[in-house]
Design a binder for this molecule. Structure first.
Ligand SMILES: [Fe+2]
Length: 162
């Protein structure tokens, strides 16, 4: 895990990282299969953090947006840990919606309290939507605008650097 951790450490807001690492360090199970699944979800989270940085760099995302994207990546599956410990399964169909569970954990912890409302809301909405079959139309327009903004910026940079 340490090898993956160092890849994202410099960008994610310190308080998100500190909270996540503290929270997950207390999550353990005597059951070998559950413990193994906890490790699996931890490794998955760190890979998502790594991949989101690659995508963000390809879009020439600014440092602030990259930090926000990495905070979302880090927190998106927080519900998996309580789901595994409480139900022994990460099948949402037979347990609970892990996005909803994750938001409950995050809200209870207060980890996002120091962020401006707009960023806090964006992180919460991203977590809520990350496991949904489709993104609601109301969210789609905003997501498309955001991606379009970065694609245009990348085209502009490509033109300037040629
Ligand atoms: Fe998930």
């Amino acid at each position: 895990m340490a090898a993956l951790k160092h890849l994202y450490e410099s960008r994610i807001p310190f308080f998100c990282r500190a909270w996540f690492e503290g929270y997950t360090s207390r999550i353990h199970s005597q059951d070998k299969e559950i413990e193994s699944n906890i490790r699996l979800k931890l490794a998955h989270t760190y890979r998502v953090c790594e991949n989101i940085a690659i995508i963000a760099r390809s879009l020439r995302m600014n440092e602030g947006d990259l930090a926000l994207a990495q905070a979302i990546a880090l927190l998106h599956d927080v519900g998996r840990f309580e789901q595994l410990c409480g139900f022994g399964s990460f099948d949402d169909r037979v347990t609970l919606d892990h996005a909803q569970l994750g938001l409950r954990v995050i809200n209870r912890s207060g980890v996002l309290c120091s962020l401006p409302w707009i960023e806090r809301n964006l992180i919460r909405r991203s977590i809520w939507n990350h496991n949904k079959y489709s993104i609601p139309d109301t969210e789609k327009a905003e997501v498309n605008d955001f991606i379009q903004c970065y694609l245009e910026k990348r085209c502009l940079c490509d033109c300037l650097w040629r």
